[in-house]
Design a protein around this ligand. Structure first.
Ligand code: FAD
Ligand code: NAP
Length: 510
């Protein structure tokens, strides 16, 4: 950042003044190199003092942060706390202080237009400048919208829209870092656009009857470090829109997720494949006008109409396989959603689901769940305890841990079933254990055949103490457990007996 000067800036006499052969940099203290800065930004240190929260900054507030140890600078509408960066700035502290408590965009543009400051300073991002009260031309007037602000929890997001000749972009400012594509759910039905953004335990809804027609395909982008979501719609006609549209029910509302209803979209059954004698892998295709990704450890509800009555049951999406590259050709991401579902011949829902023909429809809800991905962030030993279809939430947890958690040393799955024939994806699990030495699996059967020479019985202190061996004496550990409710309850009780804390255990329950 701030390291490529021009002739116009810095001022004559500045320590950053350009010499004909380049510029004289300020000598940096030991341990203040670019690599040291990168290391600091990746260390998880809270560099803004806001614990990851993004705020709206007024001009008045910005002005107050004008000291070396409390220095905020606005660049292109985004406000950064540059105090932690002071000693790392190759051009010296005084140069940074020239924009302290002010909008440094012009200075920055003269000197550093090409510098990737967003990436260098992303951990210093405080938020965005508050928009002045004037309603930009074409926006929905605030008086027409429902504005339900939460009394506590994250601060309320806002939105704006922009257009080009061929597209309309709706920008949602979540004011929260670590927003990802699975935080956003968008459905476009005719001219009705419904976009729900999940921010911590709250949901922000954009619900608009668009003023003009758009194509059914749209894209969703997330700028994670700024907490911004862009929904890019393609116009059907290249005309200028005077307004985005009319607000529909609960538009612009921000309420606790528990107070929102489930929304459904109709998905088509694409394939159905036997996995065991009673469990099948169902593949559903999302409508082209839907963006929906289920977060790791969350579930959805499937809804079918059976002789006039609607039946709804929860199911946990899984990846198409445990082994990447297993299926050819690889389906485009986000369009398909897979489920491993056990069919109970005397059950209410699953026999109906099993009767569907390829091409038939089933409704899929918005995601739900309380699993926190952050629990896996620094884990070293991950233990998974699954019984029967309680294996399903483990699939994405396992995939995520093996691909995204750099601290991970070991993942072990203890998988309880009645017989060998009931073990879901046994072959894949064994192949994965062969392929990735960090992963290991043990099968435990409650009703084995006489030939079975593996482990037997139900979840017990003896089985658990042997299984729960850490890779290091004080390793950071996390445990997930899922299966029939009595199995999960008993497992959690035994884990407490073994001195694991609630913080180290996630039980997937109904
Ligand atoms: P049900 O009608 O519920 O019957 C199931 C069995 O219980 C049958 O054998 C039935 O005879 C018996 N039964 C029903 N009522 C009684 C009773 N009163 N007394 C004794 N026995 C009874 N399942 C999956 O296969 N895959 C998943 O990914 C999955 N994810 C889930 C996620 C969550 C969060 C939860 C809570 C459950 C999940 N389930 C999953 C289970 C799923 O929701 C259904 O419970 C399951 O598919 C059975 O539904 P059903 O209507 O076909 O059977
Ligand atoms: P299952 O085949 O009936 O049982 C799997 C294993 O668990 C068997 O070895 C069984 O032993 C054992 N078991 C059953 N009850 C037990 C208990 N009280 N204590 C110890 N062990 C016990 O299982 P399933 O039909 O696949 O059912 C899976 C369950 O997981 C369903 O209830 C489903 O709702 C739940 N599930 C929950 C989620 C979630 O996210 N919450 C997700 C998926 C599935 P026995 O031979 O003695 O029966």
């Amino acid at each position: 950042m701030l390291n490529v000067p021009s002739q116009a800036f810095p001022a004559p006499g500045s320590q950053q003044r350009v010499a004909s052969q380049g510029r004289s940099k300020v000598p940096l203290k030991q341990g203040r190199s670019l690599m040291d800065w990168i290391r600091l930004t990746k260390s998880g240190t809270d560099l803004t003092g806001l614990k990851g929260r993004l705020i709206e900054v007024t001009e008045e507030e910005l002005k107050t942060h004008n000291k070396k140890d409390d220095c905020w600078i606005c660049i292109r509408g985004l406000v950064y706390n540059v105090s932690p960066y002071m000693e790392y700035h190759p051009g010296g502290e005084d140069e940074l202080m020239r924009a302290a408590g002010a909008d440094g965009t012009d200075l920055f543009n003269e000197v550093h237009r090409w510098v990737n400051y967003e990436s260098m300073l992303k951990e210093c991002l405080v938020g965005r400048m508050a928009v002045k009260p004037a309603v930009p031309k074409g926006m929905l007037p605030k008086s027409q919208v429902t504005d339900t602000l939460p009394r506590e929890g994250p601060s309320s997001p806002s939105y704006d829209w922009f257009q080009t000749e061929s597209s309309v972009t709706i920008a949602i400012y979540t004011k929260q870092k670590n927003i990802s594509l699975d935080s956003v759910m968008v459905d476009l039905q005719g001219d009705s656009l419904r976009a729900e953004t999940f921010i911590q335990d709250h949901s922000y809804l954009i619900h608009i009857g668009l003023s003009h027609e758009v194509q059914e395909n749209f894209s969703v982008r997330v700028i994670e470090n700024v907490g911004k979501v862009d929904i890019v719609l393609q116009k059907r006609e290249n005309i200028s829109w005077k307004c985005l549209g009319q607000p529909l029910e609960k538009h612009d509302s921000f309420i606790p997720k528990k107070d929102t209803g489930l929304s459904y979209r109709r998905c088509q059954l694409i394939s159905k494949e036997d996995v065991t004698h009673d469990t099948r892998l169902f593949c559903l295709m999302l409508p082209p006008s839907t963006h929906l990704q289920v977060p790791v450890g969350h579930h959805v509800y499937l809804k079918l109409s059976v002789t006039g009555a609607e039946i709804v049951k929860p199911y946990t999406p899984v990846s198409a396989s445990l082994l990447s590259g297993f299926r050819e050709p690889v389906p485009p991401p986000n369009k398909y959603i897979y489920f491993l579902i056990k069919i109970y011949p005397d059950g209410l829902f699953t026999p109906e689901l099993d009767r569907l023909q390829i091409g038939d429809f089933v409704s899929v809800s918005s995601p739900e769940g309380n699993f926190k991905l952050s629990k896996l962030q620094e884990v070293e030993d991950l233990f998974l305890l699954a019984a029967g279809t309680g294996f399903t939430p483990m699939v994405n947890v396992l995939n995520y841990a093996l691909t995204c958690v750099s601290s991970l040393r070991k993942v072990k799955l203890m998988f309880f079933n009645k017989t060998e024939d009931d073990i879901i994806w046994r072959c894949e699990l064994e192949k994965l254990a062969f392929k990735d030495k960090r992963f290991d699996t043990e099968f435990v059967l409650s009703a084995p055949s006489p030939e079975w020479n593996g482990k037997q019985g139900h979840v017990s202190p003896a089985l658990l103490s042997e299984f729960l061996q850490r890779s290091l004496e004080n390793s950071r550990v996390f445990l997930c457990i899922c299966g029939p409710t009595p199995f999960t309850d008993e497992g959690i009780r035994l884990l407490h007996d073994l001195n694991f804390s609630n913080d180290e255990i996630h039980g997937f329950t109904a």
